[in-house]
Write a protein that binds this ligand. Sequence first.
Ligand SMILES: C[S@@+](CC[C@H](N)C(=O)[O-])C[C@H]1O[C@@H](n2cnc3c(N)ncnc32)[C@H](O)[C@@H]1O
Length: 163
Amino acid sequence: MSRLDTNIERLVAQRACLDELCAAITALAGPVVELGLGNGRTFDHLRERLPDREIFVFERQPAAHPDCTPDDAHLIVGDFYDTLPQGRSRLPSPAALLHSDVGTGDAARNAKLAAWLAGVVPHLVAPLGFVASDQPLEDPRLTPWALPDSVRRGRYHLYRRAS
Ligand SMILES: C[S@@+](CC[C@H](N)C(=O)[O-])C[C@H]1O[C@@H](n2cnc3c(N)ncnc32)[C@H](O)[C@@H]1O
């Protein structure tokens, strides 16, 4: 697979997973949380799909186009290791949906961050809320949720938080 193919597969999988969970949270109250603003692509997609939900984004170095950057009240700037342990206090209520898109080209760094995030993410998500992640998150409070048929296993990761 070329790097172009890999990138296209990642983005198509990401969109399919986010669309699936945007539909799944219809009956759940709570905001959306995104970890990793990047270029603001998925933030923009989520706000288009979920116009009535508040979306809070955590990012250490916001650099997206201003059109795809949340306002100050919805952008929590800082390293996840500093901001997420108290992250729940920045939200009006636990999240109905959390999207974690934090990967870089450094597999060892991704694995270390994912292992840490797995223990923190459940504190930010409402009971029976959903999580989509570019990295596998292993925690007993997060039950794997079936991927859309179009998404290759392991390409993206969906979970439902325990009640
Ligand atoms: C893959 S990009 C996100 C792409 C974005 N979802 C999009 O669709 O454009 C990952 C983002 O996570 C941020 N990030 C990675 N590790 C971080 C950390 N430890 N603390 C805060 N932000 C971090 C990076 O700065 C980067 O903007």
